[in-house]
Design a binder for this molecule. Structure first.
Ligand code: ATP
Length: 158
């Protein structure tokens, strides 16, 4: 393995609130809204550095690809069998069916964003997928309604 999963015991509610907080401000400064829905209790073991990186990649994208006035929602909850489920939902342009097949590949960027002014090199989601795989979790992408995108991550807690 390139990297070892470095699990730490974490007070979950507080930790997630602290990770999300700066992005609420970043979104607001771009006249977008980030709504965190965090309902967790107790402690859990997770690799704080990698999971923070994963969340940041998804939030950065959601904010970047959502137009001014739009909204992003972050949710996290505990599922049965000590699994954590996170979603990042945006109201942006969405991702075409063809692009959805490729967004987790390195250096892949949709035509739309290659041609747009938004910066990026197409690595973010490949890194996100790698982090999820290292945790033996899953990451999926689907359409939000009426528009936008939903990324869903499920990872086991210790
Ligand atoms: P960076 O490497 O800086 O994150 P990036 O955003 O181009 O740059 P990825 O995060 O890997 O790279 O995303 C790959 C592509 O998937 C993007 O270029 C964009 O086309 C699409 N994409 C990712 N997230 C969203 C989203 N929330 N809404 C719409 N398109 C998205």
């Amino acid at each position: 393995d390139i990297i070892q999963i470095n699990r730490q015991n974490i007070a979950l509610q507080k930790w997630f609130e602290q990770v999300i907080k700066p992005y609420v401000e970043i979104a607001r400064s771009q006249t977008k809204t980030l709504l965190p829905v965090i309902h967790l209790s107790g402690e859990g073991q997770l690799d704080a550095d990698l999971i923070r990186q994963l969340i940041i990649i998804l939030l950065d994208n959601a904010i970047k690809y959502t137009p001014a006035g739009g909204a992003v929602t972050f949710t996290v909850e505990k599922l049965r069998e000590n699994r954590l489920k996170m979603t990042v939902q945006d109201t942006g342009a969405g991702i075409s069916a063809e692009d959805k097949k490729h967004v987790f590949e390195r250096f892949y960027r949709s035509d739309k964003s290659r041609n747009a002014k938004t910066g990026g090199n197409g690595l973010g989601l490949a890194i996100a997928k790698w982090i999820v795989d290292e945790h033996r979790g899953t990451i999926t992408v689907r359409d939000n309604h009426p528009k936008g995108t939903i990324f869903t991550v499920i990872i086991p807690l210790k």
